[in-house]
Design a protein around this ligand. Sequence first.
Ligand SMILES: CC(C)(COP(=O)(O)OP(=O)(O)OC[C@H]1O[C@@H](n2cnc3c(N)ncnc32)[C@H](O)[C@@H]1OP(=O)(O)O)[C@@H](O)C(=O)NCCC(=O)NCCS
Length: 196
Amino acid sequence: MEHLIKHYALEAGALEIQYIEEFFGEFGRKKAATEIVERLADREHLIHIIEAPLPDDPGQISPVAFKVGHEIRDGETIPKLADLVRRLDGAVNFNDRKVLYAWIGGTRRDWRGQGFFRALSEEQEAWALANGFHEIVVKTKNRFYEMRGTLDNLEFQVVKYERHPRDNGESKVYLSKKLDASVLKSHRLSRTVVQA
Ligand SMILES: CC(C)(COP(=O)(O)OP(=O)(O)OC[C@H]1O[C@@H](n2cnc3c(N)ncnc32)[C@H](O)[C@@H]1OP(=O)(O)O)[C@@H](O)C(=O)NCCC(=O)NCCS
């Protein structure tokens, strides 16, 4: 099966992400388009979306899976990113290296298990490698079992675990994947990228 991935420009992509996140019960605080634009405007980033037919109305196509990544650097001024870099100290090396943060992503429940997230992840890795990135980092929580299982299958390595003082399900797990040509060889899915 060929996976068709749509590459979005910033403003249009941010609106699509705002729309698709409404369908995710897992996300406590959904991202607004303005927040996405503010974060991504002045840095390298990638917004990819996969669309699929609605089961009860196959003529209707809707965005069902998405992935957004952006560069993260030492010396960040956005407080959340500065905090992230500080927390990754000792776990991820930012010196003279390009690091991509796999910020947000997911697949709507009815479309899970069809390889959509693997297709998006493989494409993000291929783009990152082609654009000189050395590593992809991602953050999740202990209680996000589906995401943890998926990142495991995608061969991300845990680089830091930050225990929550009261609720271990809320503990943060930081993972990373180093990029080199062998990553491309591990890719399994056939993908085409088109501009939205
Ligand atoms: C995690 C998630 C993105 C997976 O999306 P998906 O489109 O179903 O994933 P895919 O079908 O592409 O599967 C990718 C790989 O992960 C594995 N996988 C998917 N769901 C899994 C699960 N629940 N447990 C274990 N492995 C899983 C698949 O087997 C596949 O591995 P393979 O290609 O080696 O066979 C989706 O379940 C999701 O959006 N979950 C909610 C997101 C979330 O919890 N976010 C919290 C913030 S981090």
